[in-house]
Design a binder for this molecule. Structure first.
Ligand code: SF4
Length: 261
């Protein structure tokens, strides 16, 4: 503004009128009232509770109101070990949260399985099911680390634009199919394939069942639509090869037998 223009505005208005873009105002309101969902899964949840207590105080971010209902929550903090038994409930709760909604993966367990990685009952990363916005490393992460994650989430919210927000589009339908817990987690989108394999006469299904968890991921899914049977088969073969390689290395004490002798 030119100096002459500034002097032509009355002093009262100069002190009380501010100009801001719609986006900055909209995002300021959203990021300073990001109410977390009140739930925890394991030891990381204790650190999350500490973060909400007086010494650290999430209230400084307007985030102290943890909601027991997903209908009123904006942020899901996945804090702790994610077991396969728990995944259907987590996905169902996430689907019940209203947009805009965000996910923080807190700790090594939620991010990649942590000390229980490749355990028979543990999911190796919640991002195979939910679109994670911020990962907080650590086992467990300190309250300071979680607060740093909050700040990163606020930065992300600040960069969003109301004109491009996906949750205002009429066609937006991003509900994630709730996985089915059986002997392992099943992706509902693959039920036809599972049925076909199950009903096939014995001997015709020489291949072992596919590791289904890695294919449920909504974030890994290409934007073009559902995976083709060829792509599913290719990923399955890659996963089986990786698993065989890991077992082979364990049996040889971490050395590559092909390099020996
Ligand atoms: S990351 Fe460590 S502290 Fe957090 S839930 Fe897993 S084992 Fe517990």
């Amino acid at each position: 503004m030119h100096e002459d223009d500034a002097t032509s505005i009355s002093p009262e208005l100069q002190r009380n009128v501010f100009l801001a873009s719609v986006d900055s105002l909209y995002n300021l309101i959203r990021r300073t009232s990001t109410w977390p969902l009140m739930f925890g899964l394991a030891c990381c949840a204790i650190e999350m509770i500490c973060t909400a207590a007086s010494r650290f105080d999430m209230g400084r971010f307007g985030m102290e109101i943890m909601r027991p209902s997903p209908r009123q929550a904006d942020l899901m903090i996945v804090s702790g070990t994610v077991t396969k038994k728990m995944v259907p409930q987590i996905v169902r709760i996430f689907n019940q949260m209203a947009e805009p909604r965000y996910v923080i993966s807190m700790g090594a367990c939620a991010t990649g399985g942590g000390p229980f990685k490749e355990g028979y009952n543990v999911v190796s990363g919640i991002d195979k099911f939910l679109p994670v916005d911020v990962y907080v490393p650590g086992c467990p992460p300190t309250p300071e680390a979680l607060m740093h994650g909050f700040l990163k989430l606020h930065e992300k919210i600040s960069r969003q634009s109301i004109t491009q927000a996906p949750w205002y589009r009429k066609s937006a339908d991003d509900a994630i199919p709730v996985p089915i817990l059986g002997p392992d987690l099943l992706d509902p989108r693959r039920l036809a394939e599972v049925r076909e394999r199950t009903l096939a006469p014995q001997g015709e299904t020489a291949e072992p069942a596919a590791p289904v968890i890695a294919e449920v991921s909504p974030v890994a899914r290409p934007a073009g639509g559902p995976l083709t049977p060829e792509e599913i088969e290719r990923r399955k073969q890659e996963a089986l090869a990786r698993r065989a390689e890991i077992q082979r290395r364990r049996q040889t004490g971490g050395e590559d037998p092909s390099a020996a002798g």
